[in-house]
Design a protein around this ligand. Structure first.
Ligand SMILES: NC(=O)c1ccc[n+]([C@@H]2O[C@H](COP(=O)([O-])OP(=O)(O)OC[C@H]3O[C@@H](n4cnc5c(N)ncnc54)[C@H](O)[C@@H]3O)[C@@H](O)[C@H]2O)c1
Length: 328
């Protein structure tokens, strides 16, 4: 079985690829290596994969890759993924997440694939108040340019099953955390700033709630879906571990033995979704998958990974600081 993985040099995609290699799966990676992509994440499996430096909006090159590789399974992780950047400029989000997905689907439908795994997000559902959960059949109602672009990609995938019988499965994971996350996202930002004794910006009062899923669990869920998932189904992938942002920040400060005085509340993100919460009974009962890593253990491992890989974090700082100056 040959896998073609888009966005395999990203945070979650690279964990997925490392697990594919562990599972002895022939794996081809297609990645543009944007600011968020990094081949370093694939160094440990470099010899075991085939890598194409390719933008998924490049129809000709992508077509050539499919013709050469003839994959059995496509796993589509490639995306612009940072909500804040989509507020600053939505263009790359529409280009990659919508147009890129359409180009990939158009090429994929010419091949006899077993499965096309289309990675969406819990953010396609919009947000919740203190109560309630999102089910796979909850109508989608995205609220940021990022989540709208992901919702479009999600719907395009399902349309290609209905129209062309492309064997699409839609996956909607919750908020991931863990090793190798690009340091513009909450956890690595907090770790970096805390280590430098810098103020840690927290949106609003930090009361927004996310459902924290360890990246290893997310990647394992997708491997389970490849093995057992049914075509044309949607699977929510959640952990049930909901935390307020402020509590996540405090846990990290506590692990690093730093003062909570470092926390600085800043003006809330425009249109900030309050809470996401996935009902994941379907993947649990039908595919017998559940998240293994509890937040308290996962956050400790994550902090310790960043402490051991601080040099990698530092290589990202000049790009991030540039962006922070422009965007905030
Ligand atoms: N991070 C999360 O919490 C989370 C939660 C749910 C769903 N998701 C989804 O999972 C996927 C992976 O997220 P991530 O956090 O690993 O993202 P990431 O930003 O770390 O990685 C994205 C990868 O896609 C590549 N890429 C971007 N544009 C491309 C293009 N035009 N052509 C080819 N490659 C391109 C980048 O170089 C990078 O390697 C995304 O689809 C995201 O929407 C993420």
């Amino acid at each position: 079985m040959k896998l073609l993985v888009t966005g395999g040099a990203g945070f979650i995609g690279s964990e997925f690829v490392r697990q594919s290699i562990k599972n002895n799966l022939e794996t081809v990676v297609v990645d543009k290596i944007t600011y968020a992509g990094d081949f370093e994440r694939l160094k440990s499996v470099e010899k075991d994969i085939k890598f194409y430096h390719c933008d998924i909006t490049n129809k000709d090159f992508l077509g050539h890759i499919f013709k050469t590789e003839k994959p059995d399974i496509v796993v589509h992780w490639a995306a612009e993924s940072h909500v804040d950047r989509s507020i600053f400029d939505a263009t790359p989000f529409i280009d990659t997440n919508v147009k890129g997905t359409q180009i990939l689907l158009d090429i994929a439908k010419k091949y006899d694939l077993e499965k096309f795994i289309n990675i969406a997000t819990d953010e396609v559902y919009g947000d919740l108040g203190e109560e309630g959960q999102f089910f796979e059949n909850t109508p989608i109602n995205p609220s940021s340019s990022y989540s709208v672009s992901k919702a479009s990609a999600d719907m395009l995938g399902r349309a290609y099953y209905r129209t062309f019988k492309l064997p699409v499965i839609t996956v909607r994971p919750s908020n991931n955390y863990g090793q190798w996350q690009y340091p513009e996202k909450l956890l690595p930002v907090v770790i970096l700033k805390a280590l430098n004794n810098q103020k840690i910006p927290v949106y609003g009062k930090g009361e927004n709630i996310r459902e924290w899923l360890h990246v290893e669990d997310c990647a394992q869920a997708v491997h389970t879906i490849i093995k057992k998932g049914k075509i044309n189904e949607i699977y929510n992938v959640g952990s049930g571990q909901e935390k307020r942002n402020i509590d996540v920040v405090k846990s990290i400060l506590n692990i690093l033995n730093k003062s909570e005085d470092l926390i600085e509340f800043v003006k809330d993100r425009p249109g900030h979704d309050f809470r996401y919460s996935l009902n994941f009974d379907k993947i649990n009962s039908e595919l017998e998958w559940s998240a293994k890593i509890k937040f308290d253990e996962g956050i400790r491992n994550t902090v310790s990974w960043y402490l051991n890989n601080i040099e990698w974090l530092k290589t990202k700082m000049s790009v991030i600081e540039d962006y922070w100056k422009k965007a905030y």
